[in-house]
Design a protein. Structure first.
Length: 435
């Protein structure tokens, strides 16, 4: 039997999809990239923003026809929107066979087993042996839930309070992913650096994972500034496997907005934290999340956010238009007009893109170690995405000379000592394009 997975939302959802896929594979199912081949269609939903939830609901509605086209087909809906709107989903889409909320992902193995046991018929299903997941980079979830109450965020409601996996469980999963082919591990949690298990804290976990045989690169997403302690920074700087790149959400450059968002730090504290990390890891690449158009955001508040972006010079940023979520404190506040939010979103995007291009352009002519992931694309240790002009197998790490820069990616050629494998395509390798 084959299954197909469509994932909406953040890296946590990607990791959840991977975990659910492993349960399917353990039952003898094989993943397919062609939904028409599948007997099970899993939609992993997101509810952090209305747009993501609407896209998932539209997809689920389309699956009524998909299910009717094949005997014994099953539709499974999981994730944050499934947690928030379970009864609504079951009422609106009665053809859905299983709804699993984000708080129940760890029970998915048992729920999936029950689903498979109640197949109406096996006629026409394509059985095959399980395949090995050979992804070069793998996510490992170390905790679920969030203890914060940011006024814009629905996550604590749909994922619950923080629950931490044991260190032994995490290290066991890391070893499993390495056996499957992973050379880079990314640790995941809503506030990943708040991790604790017995006497162990996040810095201890970083060091322990780095010591697992054949873990060559180590990252983590998404930390909270409050838990970026001196010890975590020292561990990042002192453990060679930890990559010098960090996604550290700031959300706003205005202290007024940060207080209203209940972010638990000030602009000044964030700026000092960024400086401290750069002192410990020269050349590190910071990235961030920004929300524009939060209720009450004045023009001055917005300008403070722009000035913070210029001061920190993030290598890239994810800019989000504020979206009210039912059940959050901010949903009760009066919203700005969509026109104003759109204007601020566009201005913020243009600034982050301009800085991103400048940072990437500065890498022209430099040499970078690139771990190839797929289709001749790979990443540097500082998390820049690079396209290699030659064919390179996934999992290979190659020394690359950067020949071109775009807003979001770099291009390069393999440079092996005195021998450079040039790109013979008829195109300029010196111009810096806007992308």
């Amino acid at each position: 039997m084959k299954y197909y997975v469509r994932t909406y939302g953040c890296q946590m959802n990607v990791a959840d999809s991977n975990e659910m896929s492993r349960h399917f594979k353990a039952k003898g199912l094989v993943e397919t990239q062609d939904e028409d081949e599948a007997s099970i269609f899993l939609v992993n939903t997101c509810t952090v923003r209305q747009h993501a939830e609407d896209r998932a609901l539209s997809e689920i509605g389309r699956l009524r026809r998909w299910k009717a086209r094949g005997t014994g087909r099953k539709v499974v809906v999981t994730g944050c929107a499934a947690e928030r709107t379970k009864e609504y989903l079951e009422d609106r889409f009665p053809f859905v066979d299983l709804v699993v909320g984000a708080k129940s992902i760890e029970d998915f193995g048992l729920l999936a087993e029950r689903l498979l046991d109640r197949r109406v018929t096996d006629e026409g299903l394509d059985y095959a042996v399980p395949t090995v997941d050979d992804k070069v980079s793998a996510f490992v979830t170390i905790m679920r839930g969030c203890n914060y109450s940011c006024t814009y965020c629905i996550v604590p409601s749909v994922r619950g309070r923080e629950i931490y996996h044991s260190t032994d469980q995490i290290l066991g999963e890391v070893r499993d992913r390495v056996v499957e082919g992973a050379r880079e591990i990314t640790l995941l949690g809503q506030t990943v650096n708040s991790y604790r298990s017995g006497p162990h804290r996040f810095a201890d976990l970083l060091a322990a994972v780095a010591n697992v045989d054949r873990v060559e690169r180590l990252r983590f997403i998404s930390p909270h500034p409050h838990y970026m302690t001196d010890r975590v920074i020292e561990t990042m700087a002192g453990v060679p496997q930890v990559c010098p790149s960090l996604h550290l959400p700031v959300q706003s450059g205005s202290n007024t907005m940060l207080r209203q968002m209940l972010r638990n730090y000030t602009r000044e504290q964030y700026v000092e934290l960024a400086a401290k990390m750069r002192r410990a890891m020269p050349g590190m690449t910071p990235s961030t999340d920004i929300i524009v158009g939060f209720p009450g955001e004045t023009e001055d508040d917005f300008r403070q956010t722009l000035s913070l972006i210029e001061e920190i010079e993030f290598d890239w940023g994810f800019i989000f238009k504020y979206s009210p979520r039912q059940g959050t404190a901010a949903a009760q506040l009066e919203c700005h007009s969509q026109e104003l939010i759109e204007e601020r979103h566009q201005e913020c995007l243009e600034l982050t893109d301009r800085i991103a291009l400048k940072k990437r352009s500065a890498l022209f002519g430099t040499h970078q170690d690139v771990l190839i992931e797929e289709d001749n694309f790979g990443r540097t240790r500082t998390n820049y995405k690079v396209h290699i002009s030659q064919d390179v197998a996934p999992g290979e790490e190659v020394r690359v000379r950067i020949t071109n820069a775009h807003r979001a990616t770099l291009e390069g050629v393999i440079d092996n000592g005195n021998v450079t494998f040039e790109n013979f395509r008829e195109k300029s390798t010196t111009a810096i394009n806007a992308g």
